[in-house]
Ligand binder design. Structure first.
Ligand code: G16
Length: 543
């Protein structure tokens, strides 16, 4: 067993996107591809030398091989200790918990999140820093720069470490500790939420279904919901993590969690439904015959935070990504709290959380979380809702409708056009951006345009500026149309169209979302010449 230095040549496509480096599995399996990126991380983060690194992933195809490679490289690069989840598994929020709890110098998370898995699916890797959150743009750019000049990487020749049970090992002088992936996370959840009240809820006959989508949250949900909270066995469905997620798309939304949605919408369906994604950081919340938009979920979490022990009396501000609806803004205004609008990407919440400016943050892309970690957290959101339901003893629909009556309703939808031609997508955005200055002051779809721009964000904590974060058209009545190219797709381009309309009048709050937004959707398609330029007359996914 010896340390080897292996000659390599750089790849030109290792720039991390919205959330780490995401590529097809076949790209990742090219000789040296993973190794180059890992070496670029180790070279760019000197504190890892002699420090501790957390490693784990969502169990997708290639997860285990990648773990073993990282362990060998960690040893060859002088990492002091690696904490690795049993079987190479860790949900993204659990990895964030471990980094913070054990004060490690960072973590490598193996996941392509909600993207499909299997040999023909996607894989991904991202580096989280010592605060437990995704590396900021300055660091991901430095890693990318390093990846372009690599000539070699270091690796220890060593047989695979047995990851199937907890234990202590060494490679060279590096300690490898295989740990239970669930325990530390579950303990933190018990500190934040009123588990006794939630247990009572289940004892009282409350019926819930949680769809783990054959992804990472299965073991977490079995332990927390069924064992610790006493929900009946069978509450968690598709709970076994599979390398290909059972052939499905592990994305908790109305289009991909179809089995769960059908059950919740059936006549005698459960009271509460929830799902999580590949790596466990996303969540979808459903009541009986009722869908809670992620934007509303964030607003409701904020409005009900005093009901939850971990947050009572401690709530600071809130932040949401720019395309997320303004529902949380209304609550923050009423409560007199700061509210921030950040670009899409969880990494943009990190500074605000570290500075203590916000307690909660969330995104329309089915993500919400708080200052307990530095990632979004799927099961946390589910437990938050369970705690609210246990306290309020009302149905999900009643709680949300009452919220709308008080704060107004933000009708909201996102239309995705996936895998369109990259040049066509870029052409559409350029064409649209050129029109923006002329739109201001015009009346379109019955409302006057108040502003139209390319969103740019100045971080209030460190002053860093992030440009080109999406094109937005805002109307005087609060309606918005937003266009963005996704930073997480792996094929062609994915165009996201986000539409929002605010309705204060309770008598107008029960319309069908797509109908309520139809004039704005039509306008959005026309302004962008979307059908002509993309050749699509329908979105791929509507959420
Ligand atoms: C990631 C990011 C989120 C972002 C989402 C969608 O989520 O962490 O901040 O909202 O991608 O990004 P895009 O619109 O660029 O595709 P995840 O769950 O995929 O890690």
């Amino acid at each position: 067993m010896e340390m080897r230095t292996i000659a390599t040549t750089p790849f030109d496509d290792q720039r991390p996107g919205t959330s780490g480096l995401r590529k097809t599995v076949s790209r990742f399996r090219q000789p040296n591809y993973l190794e180059n990126f890992v070496q670029a991380v180790f070279d760019t983060v000197p504190t890892l030398k002699g420090g501790t690194l957390v490693v784990g992933g969502d169990g997708r195809f290639y997860n285990r091989e990648a773990c073993q490679t990282i362990l060998r490289m960690a040893a060859a690069n002088g990492i002091g200790k690696v904490l690795v989840g049993r079987d190479g598994l860790l949900s993204t929020p659990a990895a964030s918990v471990l980094i913070r709890k054990y004060q490690t110098q960072g973590g490598l998370i193996l996941s392509a999140s909600h993207n499909p898995g299997g040999p023909d699916g996607d894989f991904g890797i991202k580096f989280n820093t010592a605060n437990g959150g995704p590396a900021p743009e300055s660091l991901t750019e430095a890693i990318y720069a390093r990846s372009k000049s690599l000539t070699e990487y270091r690796l220890f020749d060593h047989p695979d470490i047995p990851l199937y049970e907890a234990g202590l090992f060494t490679i060279g002088t590096t300690q490898i500790e295989v740990i239970d992936p669930v325990n530390d996370y579950a303990e933190l959840m018990e500190e934040l939420f009123d588990f006794d009240a939630i247990r009572e809820l289940f004892i009282g006959g409350f019926r819930m279904r949680f769809d783990a989508m054959h992804a990472i949250t299965g073991p977490y949900a079995h332990e927390i919901l069924e064992r610790r909270l006493g929900a009946p066995i069978g509450t968690v469905i598709r709970g076994e993590p599979l390398p290909d997620f059972g052939g499905h798309h592990p994305d908790p939304n109305l289009a991909h969690a179809t089995e769960l949605v059908a059950e919740l919408y059936s006549e005698h369906g459960p009271d509460f439904g929830a799902a999580s994604d590949g790596d466990g950081d996303r969540n979808m919340i459903l009541g009986h015959q009722f869908f809670v938009t992620p934007s509303d979920s964030l607003a409701l979490i904020l409005a009900n935070a005093e009901l939850v022990p971990g947050y009572r009396g401690k709530v600071r501000g809130v932040a949401r990504s720019m395309p997320t609806s303004g529902a949380a803004d209304k609550v923050a205004e009423t409560l007199g709290l700061e509210c921030f609008e950040t670009p899409t990407g969880w990494k943009f919440f990190g500074n605000l959380l570290d500075a203590g400016r916000i307690s909660f943050c969330g995104e329309e892309s089915f993500g919400s979380s708080s200052d307990h970690i530095r990632e979004k957290d799927g099961l946390w959101a589910v437990l938050f809702w369970l705690n609210i339901l246990a306290e309020r003893q009302q149905s999900v629909a009643e709680i949300v409708k009452q919220h709308w009556a008080e704060y107004g309703r933000s009708y909201y939808t996102r239309h995705d056009y996936e895998a369109i031609d990259l040049a066509a997508a870029q052409g559409l955005m350029t064409h649209l951006e050129a029109q923006l200055p002329d739109l201001v002051g015009k009346t379109l779809a019955g409302a006057r345009v108040a502003y139209a721009d390319n969103f740019s964000y100045t971080d209030p904590v460190d002053g860093s500026v992030s440009k080109n974060q999406g094109l937005r058209i805002g109307f005087e009545d609060g309606s918005r149309i937003i266009y963005r190219l996704s930073g997480t797709g792996t094929v062609g381009a994915t165009l996201r169209l986000y539409i929002e309309k605010y309705e204060a009048d309770p008598a107008q709050q029960n319309q069908d979302t797509q109908q309520a937004l139809a004039p704005l959707i039509q306008l959005a398609l026309e302004l962008a010449e979307l059908p002509q330029r993309t050749g699509r007359d329908m979105p791929t996914v509507i959420t």
